[in-house]
Write a protein that binds this ligand. Structure first.
Ligand code: GLN
Length: 198
């Protein structure tokens, strides 16, 4: 069975693990490099990107993770995880680094200047136009948005004209938290991407 690692440094690891299990793969919390190398895909949970970055440095995972992602390891990041997967970051703390992989600029805490947290229905394009299954109820918590998306980045979802979900090859990122609601469409898409069927 397809094994998907949930990067267990910080953040809502348990919620993602449950969502991945329900989406048809086997979730494995991973922290060590050998554990990460053994899985077919990786989820970077929501949490706090500055903490994830610092812990990844402390565990000497920053460079190895960059290499694995650049080398084709499928990855899905929600919120803080989206920040980690961005090639460029705006409004990070001094010196804050990302893993990169997605050709985009993400603004950290972008919605936070207006309102910290909110829930909104987002129309997703999971490949082939607006999803006929209807809008996705999205939970945003001090969320980033995508300020620049490169030519190879597909927009998967927008809110109020802002890009909030993207895909590039085997990388997927959402500014919201699909792991916090029962709708499994986003995790199912990622599982299909890992299996190579989408
Ligand atoms: N604002 C947080 C950060 O910078 C992300 C918040 C979240 O993941 N819910 O990482």
């Amino acid at each position: 069975m397809t094994a998907i690692g949930i990067l267990a440094l910080q953040g809502d690891v348990r919620e993602h693990a449950r969502a991945i299990d329900e989406a048809g793969a086997r979730a494995v919390p991973v922290r060590r490099l050998a554990e990460i190398e053994a899985v077919d895909g990786l989820v970077i949970p929501g949490g706090e990107s500055t903490t994830l970055w610092r812990l990844a440095m402390a565990f000497e995972l920053l460079e190895p993770l960059r290499k694995l992602i650049a080398g084709g390891l499928p990855a899905f990041g929600s919120c803080a995880g989206m920040i980690l997967l961005a090639d460029d970051l705006t409004d990070g703390v001094a010196g804050q680094e990302t893993l990169g992989g997605l050709d985009m600029t993400v603004r950290r805490n972008a919605f936070g200047r207006q309102v910290d947290s909110f829930e909104r229905d987002v129309t997703l394009d999971l490949g082939g136009g607006a999803d006929p299954a209807g809008p996705f109820h999205a939970v945003f918590i001090r969320a980033p948005w995508v300020e620049r998306a490169g030519p190879d980045v597909s927009v998967v979802g927008t809110d109020s004209g802002r890009i909030v979900a993207v895909r590039q090859g085997s990388l997927l990122a959402t500014a919201f938290h699909p792991e916090l609601t029962p709708d499994r469409r986003v995790h199912e898409l990622f599982v299909s991407m890992v299996k190579g069927t989408k």
